[in-house]
Design a protein around this ligand. Structure first.
Ligand SMILES: Cc1cc2nc3c(=O)[nH]c(=O)nc-3n(C[C@H](O)[C@H](O)[C@H](O)COP(=O)(O)O)c2cc1C
Length: 300
């Protein structure tokens, strides 16, 4: 009922652990796989080890999850040593990569591809050193990154992960598709701030952070809807998915895969099984046999 084909990779269901939340070791990947996710995305990796930002780096309330962790990570070389291979784990694995400079995207991709992930996701939201503005906000730069990643990924499909912090997400998605992307992941977090009114200063040490969680969902749904009208490649809709009804909404907007990150904070590690059960219950009640019947249906 929920089986989903994403760029030729068969997922038992469309739920995918989003990057940055737990996908850091073989054990955590297998654990999330055993807990029912259809696929697991690794924490984004670049060419070097990064310690990330000083604490506090996170804040959450009932609808908002904020983080400014600052992409801490073991670096691609250590990940290659740790994981050795990714195609023998309990679930298909999506390797997430980024670079500061365009060439680094290519170099990190090549190393990630040697691990044989099911897909490579490219986080283009990181500010970079070449031009002084993020790749995610400029269609030409997004296309350059896509081309170099595609060239280094071999036969592994690539998904470009877009940021909502742009004037027109459609033109970035279009540029990525034309440059050879096999899929689009949408969205990363929205730039935001929370202030402690007693301390009279921002709660996060970094002052600003990225907002995810339930409050992000309408923005993510809007982005997926717009991208679906612009490109033909599949979309991994991510942002605020917490319940089965949110996942159904994402599919109706045009998603093939459905990313889940902050939802773990709100519903626990069993969220993948819970969301899938809620999706199946809704489908049975509404006599929907498979997700193809409702994918993009909100556009009609
Ligand atoms: C603590 C934290 C760390 C994250 N790290 C990454 C990351 O390394 N790479 C990336 O592409 N996105 C990262 N994200 C963004 C998520 O993958 C996802 O796009 C976003 O949180 C929206 O989905 P959600 O509302 O289901 O969490 C991170 C999010 C959180 C909350």
């Amino acid at each position: 009922m929920l089986v989903t084909n994403l760029c030729g990779v068969e997922l038992r269901n469309p739920t995918i652990l989003a990057s940055g939340i737990l996908g850091v070791t073989k054990e955590s990947v297998n654990r999330i796989g055993n807990l029912g996710a259809g696929a697991v995305t690794l924490k984004s990796l670049c060419h070097e080890v990064r310690t990330g930002n000083p604490n506090p780096t996170m804040f959450a309330d009932k609808s908002v999850f904020m983080n400014a962790v600052g992409l801490p990570g073991q670096g691609i070389d250590n990940a290659v040593k740790d994981f050795k291979i990714l195609d023998n784990l309990s679930v298909p694995v999506i390797g997430s990569i980024y670079g500061y400079k365009i060439e680094q995207f290519g170099q990190v991709t090549k190393k990630m591809a040697s691990l044989k992930p099911a897909l490579i996701e490219v986080d283009i939201s990181c500010p970079h050193l070449d031009y002084g503005k993020p790749y995610d906000a400029d269609p030409k730069l997004a296309a350059e990154v896509t081309k170099i990643v595609k060239k280094n990924a071999g036969k592994i499909p690539i998904s470009i992960k877009l940021s909502p912090n742009v004037h027109d997400i459609k033109e970035i998605a279009h540029a990525a598709e034309r440059a050879g992307a096999d899929a689009i992941t949408a969205i990363n977090t929205v730039t935001a701030m929370v202030i402690d009114i007693d301390a009279k200063k921002p709660i996060l040490a970094n002052k600003m952070g990225g907002m995810s969680g339930p409050a992000l969902k309408p923005i993510a749904v809007r982005c997926v809807y717009e991208i679906y009208e612009t490109v033909k490649i599949p979309i991994i809709g991510t942002g605020g998915v917490t319940y089965g009804k949110d996942a159904i909404e994402m599919v109706m907007a045009g998603s093939t895969g459905v990313g889940i990150g902050s939802g773990i904070y709100y519903r626990g590690l069993n969220i993948f099984k819970k969301v899938c059960k809620e999706m199946r219950d809704w489908m049975k009640k509404n006599k929907v046999k498979n997700l193809n019947e409702i994918r993009g249906i909100a556009h009609k």
